[in-house]
Structures are given as structure tokens and as C-alpha cells.
Design a protein around this ligand. Structure first.
Ligand SMILES: C[S@@+](CC[C@H](N)C(=O)[O-])C[C@H]1O[C@@H](n2cnc3c(N)ncnc32)[C@H](O)[C@@H]1O
Length: 204
């Protein structure tokens, strides 16, 4: 429990150069090995949640995919989906590509910033993100970009620790026409090893 509190506190505003270093080079491999293993239940639970909502044949984007564990779980249970991961760290993207290789051309990962996504307008039916909102440095830019690459009628699902800036993201989306008439709904989300008290799912 203390670890969760520490993690959340540390990452409440965990962006900037020092925080990002943890996701580069050796840090990316450490993250892949340790977090990937410890949070396997979380990735599975989120993947099952997303799989329940995603229409057949959808294009799914995972922003700040890290080593791509969530997409591996999702692509594994839904063979009809095309999944794409994007992450600021080229090292994370290289690891994600390795993990996604078994899914062939229906799974890819690319390097990019949530504030300047490397995709055309209206590219995705569903946009997800796990444990990363608290790292996004500019939520106005992030909301504008999510709104731009999301297809009309698409869904956005953001999962993160309870202290992540969900309210700030909601305020940022309110300025983006793509989110008009789409009230944000936040709920507790319990996924081993993170109890619902400490994790949230916000839907736009
Ligand atoms: C805590 S990790 C979460 C990774 C993965 N989603 C997971 O659940 O394991 C946060 C990730 O956010 C990425 N990140 C940080 N700032 C970013 C930005 N501005 N744009 C895209 N990704 C970013 C980092 O490189 C890192 O891989």
C-alpha cells in the first residue's frame, strides 16, 4: 500500500526531464521487466474492459504505451482489432515493437508526443491510456490532439492512479469541439495489484 502511495505522490506531477529519464535506455528495460510483471493483472483487466466496449474491426490507439503490455493483452483477446502504441521514449517503442511482433501488421508502435501525435485526423475508433496521464506535460495540447485523431463517435478511456490530473484533463477537453456533449465519467477501477481505492478509469 505504501508503494502505491509513493508511486502516486511521486508521479502526481511526474513529468519533466528527470521523470522521463526513467523511461529511457536501461530504465525502459527495467520498467518492461519489473512493472510489466507486477502489473500484468492490471493490463489484463484493462484489456478486458476495453475489449468489452470496442466495436468489431476497430482501430485502437494506446497513448504512452511504454513497453506495450496493454496492447499485447488486448490484441491477444481481440483478433479483429488493429492496435497502435505511441510513446515519447524511442527505447520503450523498440521494446513494444518486439512484444507486438507476433501480431504481425495489425499491431504497431511509433515514437511520438501526446501533444503532437504523429497520426492523421480521424484515425482511431478508440483511444486508451494507462498509468500515464500524470506524465503528460501539457493537457490542453493532449486534449486537442486526442480530439483530432479520434473518429467522430469514438471513445476515449484513460486509466491512472487516483491522484492523476483527471479534473485538469476534463477541463482541457471542455475546450475541444470533438468532446462537446460528451460528459466525462470517472469510476474506481480495481485491477490486481491496484485496489479500486487507488486507481481510476475516466471515460470521455
Ligand atoms: C508509467 S509509464 C506507463 C506505460 C504504460 N502505459 C503502462 O501502463 O505500463 C509512462 C509512459 O509515458 C510516456 N510519456 C511521458 N511523457 C509523454 C509524452 N509527452 N507523450 C507520450 N508519452 C509520454 C513515457 O515514456 C512512459 O513510457
Amino acid at each position: 500500500m505504501r508503494l502505491l502511495t509513493k508511486l502516486s505522490h511521486k508521479h502526481r506531477h511526474g513529468h519533466g526531464h528527470a521523470a522521463q529519464e526513467a523511461f529511457e535506455g536501461k530504465g525502459s528495460h527495467r520498467y518492461d521487466r519489473h512493472v510489466g510483471r507486477i502489473f500484468r493483472g492490471t493490463y489484463r483487466r484493462i484489456a478486458a474492459d476495453v475489449a468489452n466496449l470496442v466495436p468489431s474491426g476497430a482501430d485502437v490507439l494506446d497513448i504512452s504505451t511504454g513497453p506495450g503490455h496493454l496492447l499485447v493483452e488486448l490484441a491477444g483477446i481481440r483478433g479483429d482489432l488493429r492496435v497502435t502504441g505511441v510513446d515519447l521514449s524511442a527505447d520503450m517503442v523498440a521494446i513494444a515493437r518486439g512484444h507486438l511482433e507476433p501480431f504481425g501488421d495489425r499491431a504497431t508502435a511509433v515514437t511520438g508526443d501526446v501533444g503532437a501525435l504523429p497520426f492523421d485526423d480521424d484515425s482511431f475508433d478508440v483511444i486508451v491510456s494507462s498509468s500515464a496521464l500524470h506524465h503528460w506535460p501539457d493537457l490542453d495540447a493532449a486534449a486537442a490532439e486526442v480530439g483530432r485523431v479520434l473518429r467522430p463517435g469514438g471513445q476515449v478511456l484513460i486509466y491512472d492512479f487516483w491522484r492523476a490530473p483527471f479534473d485538469e484533463m476534463t477541463a482541457a477537453t471542455a475546450k475541444v469541439p470533438a468532446f462537446a456533449d460528451r460528459p466525462a465519467r470517472r469510476t474506481r477501477f480495481s485491477a490486481w495489484p491496484v485496489p479500486g481505492l487507488f486507481y481510476r478509469r475516466q471515460e470521455f
